[in-house]
Design a protein around this ligand. Structure first.
Ligand code: BGC
Length: 894
């Protein structure tokens, strides 16, 4: 081999074995937590990136073309860097890139360019008016639904176009067209807010759709969350009964002039093929009534009616939507097609999810195809719909005839695994009807696989239940007539949500619904958000979402601006809880509380839940105060936490560590929230374990207790008990539902049992994420990846093989980069592959009794670059790790 090649080879080996850093790279550029967002109104916008490779960023330079260059800034900050160039104007387009330097002064290449554009900023105001078509509206009885309406206008653009931007909002849902082409595939725009207070707009680049000369704009407007059936109210028109659209097309001509075409009285309205469309009830489309070319310029709209203008019921603030849009996220083809009754076909899509069907059919004119949706089947193979309650969940398509027709509803969604199809003349083929999964476009952040197929199914069930319920709002369920942003469900699940997907922007939006719009004047947070008028009382475990969710999002993503934004609401809530306590800090005689919802014959006294959650929220507000540098508040809330803790112990904990009620959930709350110390904590821990054992190694917890049950077992050093619970497949357990074929997380442990069949159909969803909160334990204990502070700036890697699993592969894309923890374990030998992203540090726990028992990257530990032995602890070598990828081989006995 030539000498030079040998040298290069040696150098390469050397770099790998020492873990020495190659130059950094930089990517994943985001603005306001979104990838290339259009129309943001946060000022100043904040920019983020992720360094790649090993090592540390010591400086960055941001260049925004033609506007601002930060110059080289000595800083290791990689997210939420504020744009500091000249003030930005409405709709301004900003192209930017970034480069970074490592600790040896090497610069990365410039990143690929990214873009953001601004929305309509003050003092610019909307020029367009609200428009709609106010047909006589059937009363909200007998399910007579009003039809969606079409609106259109034509306009001319007589000069060459440089850029065209569409800014649009609505009261109801809308779908926009420009010259007959759909402006976007986003669904359910403008999202769900308390429309009495605010409504969001979205911005689209439509330069490619506008032509010189004659153009036309069109829109279909449907009831959506504004005036359709929502929640369990058995009523529609919650916010108003006059759905509206407000849109502006901003044209910038090549000669530097501009024009705006907005919605207003010149628009015309009609009804079309959409005969009905409702969130819960479904959609009916009569293709025979299609108006060809209705959104094109030459369409004759003279017979159309003038539009109605103005918003009649609400005058909300207009702001840019801060979160991701709802989009198609997957397509499921049927795995099985059966015919339980003649000409009634049932398609099993193999996965419970939220979305719609896509129909492809060559029917005759007037042929009516009906699609009904269900999560489960009856014993005779027909679909089980009783648990949908009053949600009709039925779509109807009436064929036009004369060729292949493709249709999918746009203004409804359903929660389902099965589709019943009637009206076909022959058995459907695999592509006649497919399922289209919809969800907020939250990028996938987590990955999990292990040697136990049941746990892999559990992970999949959790992931899909999250996708099914993250539809602009984190909801309880996607199928029955409820689908509300239940606060208790959201708070128990939020941490797990962050481990599956990047939900930062999604929660940024919902925290406004909850904290800004949903809080009652006296400080209490509601049962659900968004709500119309804040007046309801979430009660302990539910209302606390107003503290737990903003704190968790801060803890994971490190966004100080947002924590600051909600800090006032959080402290007002603590004041509310404090004010309604008795003078000795005990709960008032009466208060609303859902308890440990859906537990197994183990009701935890509501006063225990009240005080435990009051303590927890107070502790988190103290941490928030500390994070925000509010030192006095940090002291004040820490002291209050101690006082509540004292009251809790005095009132509810006996000398031998029994928590009032003697339930698993009671012990879990006391231990999870640091309410018991020393001997008392040890005794409480013992009572918890004994309680689990007394139930034959089964849990008895509901929503509140299950959230922290496994985490507490890890905390008290009893992952052996946790392992028993996670591998259990007898009732009640996660595995039990999987044994019954679950492809999603059930609302109740007994959703279906072989002995009793379906549980109470009055409340029996098969897609409720609360019990899926266990994924946090899986990532932190099976995978062993933990956030050790400052949004994963410091990471702990401590996988805990339980003797039943032989391998696990877990990854998490944190805000600072991708973390990997893979391990294999056989006969006392363990191998681990760990990746620690640039700019972070980690403490890695490798099973071993002595340094001689470990090899790192093929070397004795002492020679392995990037690692430093800190100590030995409980059969583990504890290593301090620099960014990089490591391979460990160890023997736990040596
Ligand atoms: C919802 C829950 C919610 C509960 C309140 C139910 O109807 O589906 O998930 O938390 O009510 O107890």
């Amino acid at each position: 081999m030539p000498r030079k090649r040998v040298q290069i080879l040696l150098l390469a080996v050397c770099l790998i074995s020492t873990g020495a850093a190659a130059a950094l790279t930089v990517g994943e550029l985001r603005c306001e937590s979104l990838c290339n967002p259009l129309g943001i109104d946060a000022t100043p916008p904040r920019l983020s990136w992720v360094p790649g490779g090993q090592g540390r960023q010591t400086a960055y330079e941001i260049a925004v073309t033609g506007l601002w260059d930060s110059g080289k800034v000595a800083s290791d900050q990689t997210f939420d860097v504020e744009y500091a160039g000249p003030p930005l104007s409405s709709l301004e387009r900003c192209e930017w890139k970034v480069r970074i330097w490592d600790e040896r002064g090497n610069a990365s290449d410039w990143s690929q360019p990214a873009v953001w554009t601004m929305g309509l900023l003050a003092p610019d105001t909307w020029k367009a008016d609200w428009i709609g078509y106010d047909l006589p509206r059937p009363a909200a009885t007998n399910l007579v639904l009003p039809p969606p309406v079409l609106v259109r206008t034509a306009f001319r653009a007589d000069k060459p176009i440089a850029h065209a931007t569409m800014v649009a909002t609505g009261l109801g849902w809308f779908d926009l067209y420009l010259n007959g082409r759909r402006v976007t595939d986003d669904r359910f725009i403008p999202g769900w807010t308390d429309y009495t207070r605010r409504v969001y707009y979205r911005t689209y680049d439509v330069t490619a759709l506008v032509v010189r000369g004659k153009n036309a704009l069109g829109a279909v407007i449907a009831d959506g969350w504004f005036s359709g059936y929502v929640g369990y109210l058995h009523a529609r028109d919650l916010y108003g009964c006059h759905p509206r659209l407000r849109a502006e097309l901003h044209l910038e001509f090549a000669d530097g002039t501009s024009a705006v075409v907005g919605t207003g009285p010149q628009w015309k309205a009609a009804t079309g093929p959409e005969r009905e469309a409702d969130v819960l009830m479904g959609e009916t489309y009569d293709a025979r009534l299609a108006l060809d070319g209705w959104a094109r310029p030459d369409f004759d709209d003279r017979p159309w009616a003038p539009v109605a203008t103005g918003s009649l019921e609400v005058q909300p603030k207009l702001e840019a939507h801060p979160g991701p849009p709802v989009r198609e996220i997957a397509v499921f083809e049927p795995k099985r097609i059966t015919e339980p009754k003649p000409r009634v076909y049932v398609l099993d899509l193999g996965q419970n999810f939220a979305g719609v069907a896509r129909l492809k059919v060559g029917g005759h004119a007037g042929q009516t195809i009906t699609l009904r949706y269900a999560e489960r089947l009856n014993p005779d193979g027909t679909i089980y719909t009783t648990n949908l309650r009053s949600a009709r969940a039925t779509d109807t398509y009436i064929c036009r005839g004369g060729g292949l027709e493709v249709w999918e509803p746009r203004f409804t969604f359903h929660g389902f695994q099965y589709i019943e199809v009637t009206g076909l003349t022959h058995k459907p083929a695999a592509d006649t009807v497919v399922g289209v999964a919809l969800g907020s476009d939250t990028p996938v952040a987590g990955a999990f696989a292990c040697s136990d197929p049941m746990l892999n199914q559990l992970h999949s069930n959790i992931y899909w239940t999250q996708r099914a319920n993250f539809i602009d709002v984190p909801t309880d369920c996607p199928q029955r007539d409820e689908r509300l942003g239940w606060t208790g469900d959201a708070q128990v699940y939020v941490r797990t949500a962050t481990l599956n997907c990047d939900v930062q922007a999604f929660y940024r939006k919902w925290l406004v619904d909850l904290c800004d719009d949903g809080q009652r004047a006296d400080g209490e947070f509601p049962t659900v958000a968004p709500v119309k008028v804040s007046g309801d009382d979430g009660g302990p475990g539910w209302a606390d979402a107003g503290v737990i969710c903003p704190w968790t999002i801060y803890d994971v993503y490190g966004d100080r601006r947002e924590l600051e934004q909600h800090y006032g609401a959080m402290t007002n809530f603590i004041a509310f809880c404090r004010n309604r306590c008795t003078p000795d800090l005990l709960p008032p005689a009466n208060f609303q509380c859902f308890g440990d919802w859906l537990n197994i014959d183990a009701d935890t006294p509501h006063e225990v839940i009240y005080l435990a959650y009051f303590a927890r929220s107070t502790q988190l507000v103290a941490r928030s105060a500390e994070a925000l540098g509010k030192t006095n508040d940090a002291v004040k809330y820490s002291e209050l936490f101690q006082e509540i803790k004292t009251a809790f112990n005095r009132a509810y904990v006996t000398g031998d560590g029994r928590v009032k009620g003697d339930t698993q959930a009671g012990y879990v709350l006391a231990l999870a929230f640091d309410l018991v110390d020393g001997e008392s904590a040890q005794r409480a821990a013992r009572h918890l374990v004994e309680n689990i054992e007394a139930r034959g190694n089964h849990l008895s917890t509901g929503f509140i207790g299950t959230k922290d049950l496994m985490l507490v077992l890890a905390k008290i050093g009893r992952n052996d008990v946790a392992s028993g619970l996670i591998h259990n497949d007898t009732f009640p357990s996660w595995g039990f539902s999987i044994k019954q074929g679950a492809t999603s997380i059930w609302e109740r442990w007994n959703g279906w049992t072989p002995e009793k069949g379906f549980a109470d159909p009055g409340m029996n969803s098969f897609a409720h994420y609360s019990f899926g909160a266990v994924y946090q334990w899986m990532v932190e204990n099976i995978g062993g990846i933990r956030n050790d502070g400052d949004a994963y700036r410091h990471i702990i890697i401590a996988p805990q093989p339980d003797g039943k699993l032989t391998w696990a592969r877990t990854a998490y894309r944190s805000i600072r980069g991708r973390i990997v923890s893979n391990w294999k374990c056989l006969g006392g030998r363990m191998t681990m592959e760990v990746t620690i992203p640039a700019n972070t540090t980690a403490t890695i726990f490798v099973p071993a009794q002595s340094a001689a028992g470990i090899r790192a990257n093929g070397e004795p530990l002492a020679h392995a670059g990037g690692l430093r032995l800190l100590r030995f602890e409980s059969g583990h070598a504890v290593l301090a790790a620099q960014p990089g990828s490591y391979h460990f081989a160890s023997r736990s006995g040596s």
